[in-house]
Design a binder for this molecule. Structure first.
Ligand code: AMP
Length: 192
């Protein structure tokens, strides 16, 4: 079993590299952003609440987000035997602590945190391009700026948090999807 966290600023390529990692290692993908967008599309109560935060580029409050993740893990228990790739969670220290607790209940833990490190100009360029291609509502310049602020304030401290645990695997996330994936694969092989 290998539980991975894919980590980095918005637009760093978490979703793209997750797809490759799923194929390679047979992992179950949990993207909290996708989960929330699905709720918004279906017009659920959670979707209505989440939309208010996402459209402003803010984070969903920790207590709610942790409950959503716990529910998802519970519901998908039969699919997570090989491990999970957590994409977009944790985004705060309290979320990281909650994830550890949840995994610990199943005698599991986090194997590695793959940190995709991408230059800020490139992040903005990628998100604007994604907004044009996918129509993702929060990929507009004002929301992008706010998401980057929120990332630096609330999420970036997780780098040191996981470095101290010896779990942080830094990856240069500039370059082609193929080359970045190869770097991740090599780094994970060394880590195990
Ligand atoms: P993402 O698809 O991971 O970029 O997430 C899109 C948006 O969903 C974020 O900008 C947040 O508003 C919200 N979101 C996703 N995951 C989380 C999380 N773990 N904690 C709080 N908000 C989240």
């Amino acid at each position: 079993m290998m539980n991975l966290v894919i980590f980095g600023a918005p637009g760093c390529g978490k979703g793209t590299q997750s797809e490759r990692l799923i194929e390679r290692f047979g992992l179950h993908h949990i993207s909290t952003g996708e989960l929330l967008r699905d709720h918004i599309a279906r017009g659920t109560e959670l979707g209505k609440i989440a939309d208010g935060y996402i459209s402003k580029g803010h984070l969903i409050p920790d207590d709610l987000m942790i409950r959503v993740l716990a529910h998802e893990l519970e519901e998908k228990q039969d699919k997570t035997a090989n491990g999970v790739i957590f994409d977009g969670f944790p985004r705060t220290i309290p979320q990281a602590i909650a994830l550890e607790k949840l995994l610990d209940e199943h005698n599991a833990g986090i194997h590695a945190v793959v940190g995709l490190e991408v230059d800020e100009d490139e992040l903005v360029k990628r998100m604007i391009q994604r907004g044009l291609e996918s129509g993702r509502a929060d990929d507009n310049i004002d929301t992008i700026k706010e998401r980057l602020n929120v990332y630096h304030q609330r999420t970036a401290p997780l780098r040191d948090y996981y470095k101290k645990q010896g779990k942080y695997v830094p990856i240069d996330g500039n370059g082609s999807v193929e080359d970045i994936f190869k770097t991740i694969e090599d780094a994970l092989n060394k880590q195990s």
